[in-house]
Design a protein around this ligand. Sequence first.
Ligand SMILES: Nc1ncnc2c1ncn2[C@@H]1O[C@H](COP(=O)(O)OP(=O)(O)O)[C@@H](O)[C@H]1O
Ligand SMILES: [Mg+2]
Length: 443
Amino acid sequence: MSSLAPSSHPLILCADDTPEVLLIMRRALESTYRVETVDNGADALELAKKLQPDVVVSDVYMPEMSGLELLEALKATPDTQNIPIILLTGDMHPHTLVAGLGLGAVDYLRKPIGTEELRARVGAALRQRRTTQKLERSLTELEHTHGKLLETQTQLVQAQKLEAVGRLAAGVAHEINTPLQYVGDNLVFVREGAAALGELLQLYHRLANAALNVPELSEIVTEIDAFTSESDVPFYLEEIPLAIGQSLSGVRTLSEIVQAMKEFSHPGSREKAATDVNRAIKNTLTVARTEWKYYAEMEVDLDPDLPPVPLLVAEFNQVIANLIVNAAHAIVDGCGGEVTEKGVIHISTQCRDGFVEIRIRDSGIGIPPSVSDKVFDPFFTTKEVGRGSGQGLSIARSVVVDKHDGTIDFESTDHGTTFIVRLPLEVKRHRDEAVPDHAELIG
Ligand SMILES: Nc1ncnc2c1ncn2[C@@H]1O[C@H](COP(=O)(O)OP(=O)(O)O)[C@@H](O)[C@H]1O
Ligand SMILES: [Mg+2]
């Protein structure tokens, strides 16, 4: 039987096997609270689970389920464990009291019950419940804020680290660039010089042949012949142009790497700028080469007609680098840690529906369904310490989704995974955010 107090009022559940006691409790409480009464512990448990009362007042000795058993059962259920419970007892044996309080009862009342005392104790239990609820809410909020803070902090640290590494790399690239340039120029110079000297030697050779018939010159001609064969001159003549050609091609590769490093590590502007996505991807592949070249063949299929995309290029590069490193790791893991046969990483770009789509497919181990909704969580990793920190995809998502209004998803089977990044061609104007003029013109 329930009372008619408004549904906003606290609900008190009273359990006792003596109808008179229940009646006294109802009369004492129903002007202020909603009241439910039951005459045994089992019903009390069922009703408590269903109605989530704000306080339970229960007799200790009842049929079917005693007050102490009820108490224990309520405390064992997450939904009801925080409901304050007041025990009623006639004997007030210290043993019973200790057992009840030990199990988590907040208070006890001696029978026969005094109306005022009952109201006072229920009121106190309710106040305690409210304070606990407030604390729980604050704690949840605090945990949430803490989580956010941690995430922001990691991203800040990561951004700072990147900036520092970027600055160093840009500096090193710059330092290497100058000597590289004169090594290249000198090699071209030496190539021309060697060609001229080679021709001159041919002429000397003809001269020597002609001089053989001149007795006064035969000694020097013999000397020249001896020197020519002893010092492998014909071999040099043949090999020097090849050696110079190889060196020049090495210098060209170095220049490309240095250029890619410079572009990759360029701090970029704080605002989005029209970016050649294909070029950015190629730079990143060059710079991150050692991360994949031992484990994968890189297949690149970039749409040559891709329009420029408004991007924070440094952060975009980082996203691609993270996805490539993950793909390489997945290939290694797919081989049980030892790559005997290289896997494949396939990168493609494409323009569709106002988006540029970048797909990065690997032939790796795949993402099992059991973790697929966690991979973007900050700090989620299946890798050992040092190999993974669980931040790659969380940063990728924050860059793509939060900063570029794009999307990042994946499709996976146990034969591999494809990450799909979509970046809009139009910059969406965020509130309070100025959009640079040149970005507005894109698309
Ligand atoms: N291409 C992929 N193939 C298989 N699993 C992946 C791939 N990319 C990410 N994962 C899974 O997602 C997790 C989180 O990735 P990430 O955030 O980059 O952190 P980390 O690489 O440091 O572990 C990885 O530990 C891995 O389990
Ligand atoms: Mg990673």
